[in-house]
Design a binder for this molecule. Structure first.
Ligand code: ZN
Length: 111
């Protein structure tokens, strides 16, 4: 029984952490700010609000082409390694045959 409670506590501890959409670092939920469905850490929420963002890349992922999600994450990692902040927005829609299509949009700081 004790193990059971420990497991629940452990899970809650994990759940109380969120990853910032821009810097990919972990913060506790109480610190996070949610804007336009994006979870952001305090410094990046200010960056988000006070900056212009441009659509850098848009990719669609469907069941026949699931790798696109990886490509867009690689692009984000590449921008991060160059010191350029960016974030990914995802949207879900259905095509005429009922397949779920995910659209990933990578936004980066416009200069
Ligand atoms: Zn951040």
């Amino acid at each position: 029984m004790l193990t059971f409670f420990k497991k629940i506590l452990f899970r809650q501890k994990i759940a109380a952490q969120s990853i910032c959409c821009i810097c990919n670092k972990q913060f506790s939920d109480s610190e996070m700010v949610t804007i336009d469905t994006l979870a952001l850490c305090p410094p990046d929420s200010n960056l988000y609000k006070n900056s212009n963002w441009e659509l850098t890349k848009e990719l669609r992922s469907d069941p026949t082409d699931p790798d696109n999600a990886l490509h867009i994450q690689e692009l984000k990692d590449q921008l991060a390694s160059e010191g350029k902040p960016s974030y990914i927005k995802s949207d879900y829609s259905q095509d005429s045959e009922g397949h779920i299509i995910t659209t990933f949009q990578l936004f980066s700081l416009s200069e």
